[in-house]
Design a protein around this ligand. Structure first.
Ligand code: HEM
Length: 353
């Protein structure tokens, strides 16, 4: 717990029903290699749909054949939805003798986190998106032997450069997801990366379940809110600029007079040389579980979770936004490469190809 936190964390925890508070316990950026045929799953670089549900599972199947049956079932097309299947670090604990993506570790507890182990990790993560709720509910109602649900949360996204629950537009600082070369550089693991061969075409996915302190935020004057993010609430432009996609001018603002040094966008991306090497693709959703519990399902994808999310998250420690956030769950996962031909998702992970 951080001192001077305006927000009563204890009462918050009681409200969410957080029971056991358990901490869910070398840079390399080779240039992108031309890889036209790398297979990818949907639900990563395509635009976010209106509804998304995340379900983390633990695998109860005892051997590789059982795990193959699970992955085969999850690979079966589901009507009207985009499903994205990822694996968690715990799947590589030796039970199945699998070759682990090198940077896949259990998500650590960061400075402001109050992680509830019931809302963290999982052997598998299934992300299901659609324009409406109904096909998602149908897809997730299927009985899949060999897995047991660990946590699930459903989110929504108003589309485009949507506003989050704090009323600010999101997405402007994202790399252009339609630019395949950029996605190869920042999102997809490439052949020749320091990774098992089966990982090429996959991506590290980070999920952070973050409750937002809505009443405290809503009571702040707009000028304070803008100082916290470093952007205008109305236009979304960086403070000091007029338009959404203009870049903040940190070089001429070393003391933080225009954009505070602890503003979210300045900490997240100080735009110093080298920051370009570690861009992440953010694809967050909002959630609302009750009047007193709403927030953000922060999701991001990257080629290297340590260079990407973890580096940025450590830099965010002490940012002005911190006191309005309560990260209580999530995990690190690896999105399986797309299936080739008749293969199921994860077939190459199981065969070691
Ligand atoms: C509930 C939590 C969060 C909220 C409400 C939030 C909101 C925002 C907003 C409004 C922007 C400016 C518009 C944009 O570029 O999308 C932004 C930018 C950004 N955020 Fe967050 N964010 C949150 C958590 C995080 C986390 C956990 C990370 C990564 C560790 C992160 C990384 C970034 C990055 C890299 C940018 C772009 C900065 C730039 O290029 O100037 N954010 N966020």
């Amino acid at each position: 717990m951080t001192g001077g936190k305006a927000w009563g964390r204890r009462s918050f925890l009681a409200a969410v029903g957080v029971a056991g508070l358990a901490g869910c316990a070398g840079p390399h950026v080779p240039p992108p290699s031309p890889s036209p045929a790398l297979p990818h799953q949907g639900g990563v670089v395509d635009p976010a749909l209106a509804r998304t549900e995340l379900v983390a599972f633990d695998v109860t199947a005892r051997d590789r054949d059982g795990l193959a049956a699970v992955l085969r079932a999850l690979s079966a097309p589901m009507a009207g939805v985009t499903a994205t299947i990822a694996v968690g670090a715990s799947l590589f604990d030796g039970r199945f003798g699998l070759d682990r993506p090198r940077r896949l570790a259990p998500m650590p507890s960061f400075r402001n986190d109050v992680l509830d182990s019931q809302w963290c990790h999982g052997d598998l993560l299934v992300q299901v998106s659609a324009d409406t709720e109904e096909p998602i509910t149908t897809a997730l109602a299927r009985e899949i032997p060999g897995v047991t649900p660990r946590w699930r949360l459903s989110g929504f996204h108003p589309g485009g450069e949507a506003r989050n629950l704090f009323g600010f537009r999101e997405g402007a600082g994202n790399p252009e997801a339609a630019d395949a070369r950029l996605m190869d550089q920042h999102v997809w693991v490439q052949p020749g990366d320091d990774e098992p061969a089966w990982c090429a075409g996959g991506s590290y996915q980070v999920v952070r379940l973050i409750r937002l302190a809505m009443p405290i935020w809503d009571a702040e004057p707009v000028a304070t809110q803008e100082r916290v993010f470093g952007r205008s609430k109305d236009s979304g432009a960086p403070l000091g600029q007029a338009r959404l996609y203009e870049k903040p001018d940190y070089a001429n603002d070393p003391g933080g007079r225009v954009i505070a040094l602890d503003a979210h966008i300045r900490r997240a991306n100080p735009r110093t040389p080298g920051d370009d090497a570690r861009q992440i693709l953010r694809r967050s959703h909002s959630y609302r579980r009750s009047a007193a519990d709403s927030g953000q399902i922060f999701v991001c994808f990257q080629r290297d979770v340590e260079l990407g999310f973890a580096t940025i998250q450590r830099r965010l420690a002490g940012e002005a936004l911190e006191k309005y956030l309560l990260p209580f769950g999530g995990g690190y996962y690896f999105v399986l490469p797309g299936a080739v031909g008749d293969d199921f998702l994860g077939a190459t992970m199981l065969s070691g190809r």
